[in-house]
Ligand binder design. Structure first.
Ligand SMILES: Nc1ncnc2c1ncn2[C@@H]1O[C@H](COP(=O)(O)OP(=O)(O)OP(=O)(O)O)[C@@H](O)[C@H]1O
Length: 264
């Protein structure tokens, strides 16, 4: 039963970042950053260039090991865990520069994304056991449903590299969803999208939230961020500058000053 069904959705954070610190040589990219992300919400991280957003994402998704602080996913500490462990635990991500298996078809990309949730092992796949064939059929059906959800079912058999950029981004989201995540991190999902695609992206992210997935996104497009986020964390020079609802953030003097004085 999901937290939403039990009515406790907003009592326990799904993700808790506590006193996080990460340095690169002499540069303190993150300093004592703490915040919580509640289930079935859209939580955005914003801040001027160099604020530490990517470093934060890379720390949560296992690419970096932070030197200080803790990251709790549910009750479990996950800082320093391997990427594949985090994916298996239900944390998926997309990248600023779309990262697909370019020579594979659209459908195959989603099937690869599902792999973490399928049971058949190497020998089962080699021997084509009936149970494996049934599982494969079910996996293709689920993958096609996901493609329909992200609007790409008509191009399922095309090579993913041949898709226009915006479609590749939607495919990357579909592939991340195939791993059945509870928490999905999106690094600048609107970058490179035209205004129509950005609007479609906003709708899609809200639909994903309705499916019970919690979203954490880094985004520079303020129209999109303010339009869909439940809560926003503002980083500035590696520190938490503010957090609150879009309305609170838009009215926050410190935030306005950081952006006007910053690089954006
Ligand atoms: N691998 C690295 N090696 C050295 N310094 C790094 C590294 N990654 C980030 N930094 C530094 O850490 C600071 C935070 O960078 P980060 O990329 O996290 O910021 P950001 O908010 O994502 O910026 P942007 O909006 O430009 O992507 C910057 O001063 C950056 O130069």
């Amino acid at each position: 039963m999901s937290g939403h069904e039990t009515g406790i959705a907003n009592l326990h954070p799904l993700l808790r970042v506590d006193g996080l610190g990460k340095a690169f040589g002499g540069i303190q990219a993150l300093h004592n950053v703490s915040f919580e992300v509640f289930p079935e919400t859209i939580h955005a991280v914003i801040g001027p260039n160099g604020a530490g957003k990517t470093t934060l994402f890379n720390s949560i998704t296992g690419a970096y090991s932070p030197e200080e602080g803790r990251i709790l996913y549910g009750e479990k500490e996950i800082q320093g865990r391997k990427v594949h462990e985090l994916v298996a635990a239900g944390i998926a991500r997309t990248f600023q520069n779309v990262e697909l298996f370019g020579s594979m078809t659209v459908l195959e990309n989603v099937l690869v994304g599902q792999h973490v949730r399928t049971r058949c092992g190497f020998w089962g796949a080699m021997c084509r056991w009936p149970s494996v064939l049934r599982e494969e059929k079910a996996a293709r059906k689920r993958a096609m449903e996901l493609l329909e959800f992200v609007g790409l079912e008509k191009v399922a058999d095309q090579r993913s590299l041949d898709l226009p950029f915006g479609w590749q981004r939607f495919l990357e989201i579909g592939r991340a969803l195939a791993a059945e995540p509870r928490l999905m991190l999106l690094d600048e999902p609107a970058s490179g999208l035209n205004p129509v695609e950005t609007h479609q992206l906003g709708d899609l992210l809200q639909e994903i939230k309705k499916r019970g997935v919690t979203l954490l996104l880094v985004e520079h497009d303020m129209g999109l961020t303010m339009g869909i986020s439940d809560y926003i964390l503002v980083l500035h020079q590696g520190k938490k500058l503010a957090e609150g609802t879009p309305r609170e953030i838009q009215a926050n003097e410190e935030v306005i000053k950081a952006y006007l004085g910053g690089a954006e």
